[in-house]
Ligand binder design. Structure first.
Ligand SMILES: *[C@@H]1O[C@H](CO)[C@@H](O)[C@H](O)[C@H]1NC(C)=O
Ligand SMILES: *[C@@H]1O[C@H](CO)[C@@H](O)[C@H](O)[C@H]1NC(C)=O
Ligand SMILES: *[C@@H]1O[C@H](CO)[C@@H](O)[C@H](O)[C@H]1NC(C)=O
Ligand SMILES: *[C@@H]1O[C@H](CO)[C@@H](O)[C@H](O)[C@H]1NC(C)=O
Length: 561
């Protein structure tokens, strides 16, 4: 394998920096692209760009050709084009890997000719207008899931390597996550299915659920360490149950067509409350729960889902929420915990909530937010989210699960280094944030080389893959940087502002979403999805204009005051 050392970062010489200055990506070519390699003594970090004055522009870029969070500095005072240099322009031997013939742009690129000789034929210019006066939703949280599988992998790693995983995700010099999702009992990414009070059976008082499980205690230790190495005061923990203990269910099994028996509706509400109280007693309070992971798996999805799940129809769930869970939580020491509904695929929006309302008109009053999973988003459009938002404008919307590799036509496991998978994430985050979504919790923070461990061999990809053979390296994939272009630069309370381009949507080469951050600076996330560079003519309602050249197949976070 060829190893490149070509991610140059121009770090600000800040004397205030708490940990080391920005460090380079150790780029390694892999079967499907390239990854950044971290070991106990080296991992790539980028200091948060600090803006000195109103004219400064900072562009942070990643590209298919190997940029990873590369920093480029510019100014509104310079009228010349600011160009983000892609990796090929510093690598003499870079060979263009594609042939692109664009009729309307008279632009031609031949295979096997160094890129520097064929650039510039006729690069398209896109005009981008940023209007700070038009404001939309704000950002609440970004994060990933600490599943049983993730916890198991972390536990096997030397302390320093574990710390680099925490810092890569949760430190401000990593991608600044502020949130984590975890299961109440087991989930589909665990070493086996499990719940509290599996024994004794038929025990509505949950007499044996008086402490957390050893697996929870391990996760809590990991979270304590994570918070301390990342200097994180607040961590928004979002919890959801996958299944009740089997004796509470109609089919007495972990999976298949099975629902909660009505005589246990109150016990199941108490089960949630007890988890929240026990987490609080360990000084790890939970920020939000959902009404249960993917309720349709146990009603219609059981033909192809073989992991822990429990079915609900919206009508039944409204009864449980309105008559049991809602009152139990709100009339408890855990009354501040937020409750999210649905926690299932986009295609159930917004009809799921209408059906809930039809069975218990006030049930939705107990919901602070709506949780949605991304898996079928390429088929079911974002208008479903917009409709839900229009009907329930005061409820937060979070995407609470995403990963690639679950579909029959996909590789079930990592495609190490795949830029295409990174682009799927880039498109998905971009689209949701353009449509009223307040934050996103990705699925497993890390997985092993196979995309597990997983008790039903349901292997998928993850932004970070750990080498569980050597236990001395992990690999940050393009997916990690795709998410990071949002999470790192959009702190809580950033507000989306209007951005418009002069491209027609269906043929757009550039995708963009913009935010005003709590310190009033602007962060734009830009995505050039074609094998062509792109010129951007930006004009901001307050700051004026500047021109920027973006390389082919690239992502950018543009920051200015
Ligand atoms: C860790 O990675 C750095 C950068 O690639 C390398 O110089 C160092 O030798 C590696 N350390 C170990 C223990 O492999
Ligand atoms: C309580 O649960 C534990 C497992 O967590 C089990 O070993 C024990 O037998 C249970 N107690 C009773 C009385 O069923
Ligand atoms: C709240 O709890 C108190 C004491 O446990 C009880 O008396 C009261 O009826 C409960 N209120 C509701 C709305 O459930
Ligand atoms: C994991 O490390 C081993 C030992 O260094 C190496 O042979 C293997 O190729 C690594 N796996 C990956 C996916 O790079």
């Amino acid at each position: 394998m060829k190893v490149f050392w070509l991610c140059f970062f121009f770090a600000l010489a800040s004397h205030d920096a708490i940990i080391a200055l920005s460090t380079n990506c150790q780029l390694r070519e892999t079967k499907h692209g390239s990854v950044c390699v971290c070991n106990s003594s080296h991992c790539d970090y980028l200091e948060q760009p600090l803006l000195k004055d109103n004219s400064q522009i900072v562009v942070i870029s990643s590209s298919k050709n190997g940029l990873r969070f590369k920093r480029t500095d510019g100014s509104f005072l310079e009228k010349t084009m600011l160009e983000v240099q892609d990796r090929q322009s510093i690598d003499e031997n870079f060979i263009a890997d594609s042939i692109v013939v664009e009729q309307n742009r008279a632009w031609l690129q031949f295979a096997n000719i160094p890129q520097k000789f064929v650039l510039n034929a006729n690069i398209k210019t896109v005009e981008l207008t940023v209007n700070r006066d038009k404001r939309y939703q704000d950002i609440t949280n970004f994060g990933g899931a600490l599943t049983g599988s993730v916890s198991h992998i972390l536990q096997q790693l030397p302390a320093e390597l574990q710390n680099h995983i925490y810092k890569s995700y949760f430190h401000s010099e990593g991608i600044a996550y502020n949130s984590i999702r975890m299961s109440i009992g087991g989930s589909d990414f665990d070493l086996q299915p499990w719940a509290y009070n599996e024994e004794p059976r038929n025990d509505p008082l949950l007499s044996n659920f008086t402490t957390l499980d050893a697996r929870d205690l391990q996760k809590i230790k990991q979270l304590q360490r994570l918070k301390s190495v990342c200097e994180l005061n607040e961590l928004k923990i979002m919890a959801a149950a996958w299944s009740a203990p089997t004796w509470m269910k109609s089919n007495d099994r972990w999976t298949g067509f099975g629902q909660l028996k009505p005589e246990y509706y109150q016990s199941w509400a108490k089960y949630h409350l007890r988890f929240l109280e026990l987490m609080q007693s360990k000084n790890m309070p939970v920020w939000a729960i959902s009404t249960g992971n993917e309720p349709l798996n146990g009603v219609i999805g059981f033909f192809f889902v073989h992991f822990m799940s429990m079915g609900w129809t919206p009508w039944q769930q409204a009864i449980w929420l309105n008559d049991y869970l809602g009152p139990t939580i709100r009339n408890s020491t855990q009354s501040q915990v937020l409750i999210f509904g649905n926690d299932d695929q986009r295609y159930t929006y917004p009809s799921w909530f209408r059906k809930m309302r039809s069975s218990r008109p006030n049930a939705l009053n107990y919901l602070d937010g709506l949780a949605v999973h991304w898996y079928w988003d390429e088929i079911f459009g974002p208008h479903l989210i917009d409709e839900a938002h229009a009907e329930m404008p005061n409820k937060m919307i979070l995407n609470t699960e995403s990963c690639i590799g679950d579909k029959p036509w996909q590789t079930h496991g990592p495609e190490l280094g795949s830029w295409g998978r990174g682009e799927s994430y880039m498109r998905a985050y971009m689209q949701d944030l353009q449509h009223n979504v307040n934050g996103w919790l990705d699925w497993n923070l890390v997985l092993d080389e196979q995309g597990g461990p997983n008790y039903v061999h349901n292997y998928v990809d993850s932004p970070v893959i750990v080498n569980t053979t050597s236990r001395s390296e992990f690999y940050k994939q393009p997916i990690y940087y795709a998410i990071g272009h949002f999470s790192k630069f959009l702190p809580e309370k950033s507000v989306r502002i209007e951005t418009r381009t002069n491209e027609t949507d269906s043929l757009a080469q550039l995708s963009v979403v913009g935010f005003q951050r709590p310190d009033d600076s602007v962060a734009l996330i830009l995505y050039n999805g074609e094998n062509l560079p792109l010129d951007l003519a930006l004009s901001d309602s307050q700051r004026g204009g500047f021109k920027l050249r973006l390389p082919a197949r690239s992502w950018h976070s543009v920051i200015y005051k």
